[in-house]
Structures are given as C-alpha cells and as structure tokens.
Ligand binder design. Structure first.
Ligand SMILES: NC(=O)c1ccc[n+]([C@@H]2O[C@H](COP(=O)([O-])OP(=O)(O)OC[C@H]3O[C@@H](n4cnc5c(N)ncnc54)[C@H](OP(=O)(O)O)[C@@H]3O)[C@@H](O)[C@H]2O)c1
Length: 284
C-alpha cells in the first residue's frame, strides 16, 4: 500500500498509538485528519502536530454520520481509514456494578464504533482505485486478558469482523489491515497498569509500534502482530489454557477483599469517566 502523498483519517488520532501514527504519516507527506473528543487534545493535534482535527464520538452513530459528511465533502481524496479510537478498562465481574450501558462501553466504542466507521466510509473508499482500512485490535484478541473481560471480548469480535471484511472486500481496491498491538507505552497503558508494571511487561515504545505498522502496510502485510502479539496468537491457537495461566494472579489480586490501593479495578464513579485503578502483575 502506498503510504505517502495520500489522505488518511485516523480515529483516536489525538493520543497514543493513533497520534504517533498520525505524526509519522504526516512526516511522510500525507494529509492527515484525526478525531477524538477531548477539546485540549484536539487543539494540540491542530497546533502542535499540524493535523486536521475534528470532534467525533466513536460510540455515537450520529456523531460519526456528521464526521463522515464533513470528511468526504472536504477531503474527497481520502484513501486510508485507520480505526484506532478505543478504551480499555479492568472490571471485576463479581463485584463492580456499573450500569448495563456502561458495562459494555468497550463494545460500543472499540467494536461497534469501528464497524460503523467502516460502513459509513466504505462506499467512498470503494470508489478509489486503491484504498485501505486499518483496524486496531489487540494481542488480547487472541488470548483474553481476564481482568479486562469486556475489552477482550470487543477485540476478539473486532478480529473476527476484520477477517470477514477482508474476505468480502477481496477483489475490490480496498485492502483490509489489522494491527494487533502488544502492551504499548501510551496513556491508556499507563492508566491501566501504572509504571510499576513495566518490570513485568516491558511495553513496546509507541514510536516503534507505529513504524512497524506503517512498514507492514507498505509491504501489504495484512495482519500486523508486533512483538509479543505474534506469540499470543500462536499460544491462543495451540495452548489456549496455558496462555491464560500467568494471568490467574492478576485475577486473584483483583478479587481479593478490598484494601486501599491493592490495585483492585474500580470504575471511577466520582469522576464519571469509567477510569480504573491499576491491577499490577498482568501480561499486557
Ligand atoms: N496501549 C496498548 O497497550 C494497546 C494494546 C493493544 C491495543 N491497543 C489499542 O490501541 C488503540 C489506541 O490505544 P492507545 O493505547 O493509543 O490509547 P490512548 O492513548 O488512550 O488513545 C485513545 C484514543 O482514542 C480516543 N477515544 C477514546 N474513546 C473515544 C470515543 N468514545 N470516541 C472517539 N474517540 C475516542 C481518545 O481520544 P478522546 O479520549 O479525546 O476521545 C484517544 O485519541 C485502542 O483501540 C486500544 O484498544 C492499545
């Protein structure tokens, strides 16, 4: 896939993996549009990163319809869509009591949001001679992270959907890529795991992850599994129970009777953000 002199839309391009992809792709001579919700991050994307930046809530179909109308009108050369918007929360299924709506937010944003974006933009992309979609899933699409059960379900679903989409689009000009990152050093990773966890996992630097993803797209490698993601895919297929065994400790710690700062996962109800406290000792 040609990754220069083209127009690229990146959801979640205001932070972490999406932002680093946006920076590197802009440096390669592309027109890059990013989306997110936080006004300060959107402002930084425009002023610091020199990107086009629009508000869009990936969990809200109406917000995505508005984005779609604006992007196809103002950027008719759009040829690559990267779905990187996502959230990840740890959740004690025995103890936490979020509302039903909140409980499945990762499915709403990470899975449905990606499906909705692709459905909206596909007619435009299919009119191009060459176009591409990159869905950002996770290494936990292959082996679930049991302390993040809804996230793992959303990413496994995204992996299955992406494979189906790829097969349905074969024979068209739209290539379908999947990036399944391992633990990667971003604000999402920091919020969930905290710095102490680096000793256990050693997250991949986000710059290296983005570079590998772009090079893989240039080489038409459709399923991109950097670092440990490749190992997890193999383990998930050939030794699925063994692959999950090292995560038992993290589940036990999460389920232990509450003590201040023992790392139990909790929704941050007060802040109303669904943010969580960290659970040390997990794999990714
Ligand atoms: N970091 C890792 O270890 C890791 C590993 C595997 C997979 N991933 C996946 O990689 C993707 C990016 O993660 P990251 O680590 O880069 O996280 P991040 O730094 O927290 O960035 C997430 C981005 O998504 C946007 N976003 C979140 N909720 C949104 C919503 N409802 N609507 C629109 N935008 C939304 C955020 O902007 P706003 O909050 O301003 O909306 C932000 O731009 C996610 O899909 C994640 O699951 C990450």
């Amino acid at each position: 896939m040609k990754m220069s002199d083209t127009t690229i839309l990146i959801t979640g391009g205001t932070s972490g993996i999406g932002r680093e992809l946006a920076r590197q792709l802009r440096a390669m001579g592309n027109t890059v549009i990013v989306t997110g919700r936080d006004p300060e991050r959107l402002h930084a994307a425009r002023t610091v990163d020199g990107l086009h930046a629009f508000y869009a809530d990936a969990g809200d179909p109406e917000s995505l319809r508005i984005l779609h109308r604006r992007v196809v009108r103002d950027f008719p050369d759009l040829a690559i869509l990267i779905n990187a918007a996502g959230l990840m929360r740890t959740l004690d299924l025995r103890r936490d009591g979020p509302s039903l709506e909140d409980l499945t937010r990762e499915i709403q944003v990470d899975l449905k949001g990606t499906i909705w974006m692709n459905a909206l933009f596909l007619p435009h992309l299919m009119r191009r001679e060459r176009a591409a979609i990159l869905n950002v899933s996770s290494a936990h699409a292959f082996v679930p992270l049991p302390i993040a059960p809804i996230y793992s379900a959303a990413k496994a679903g995204l992996h299955a959907y992406t494979r189906s989409l790829r097969m349905q689009l074969s024979g068209t000009g739209v290539a379908v890529f999947e990036l399944a990152p391992p633990a990667t050093d971003t604000p999402l990773y920091r919020a969930v795991h905290g710095p102490a966890h680096d000793r256990v996992t050693r997250p991949m630097p986000v710059e290296a992850l983005a570079t590998e993803a772009i090079e893989a797209m240039q080489g038409d490698r459709l399923e991109i599994r950097p670092g440990l993601a490749d190992v997890l895919k193999l383990m998930g297929r050939w030794a699925p129970e063994l692959a999950m065994r090292p995560m038992r400790g993290a589940v036990r710690r999460m389920q232990a009777p509450s003590a201040p700062d023992t790392g139990h996962a909790r929704h941050d109800e007060a802040a109303g953000t669904g943010a969580v406290r960290r659970v040390p000792g997990t794999q990714a």
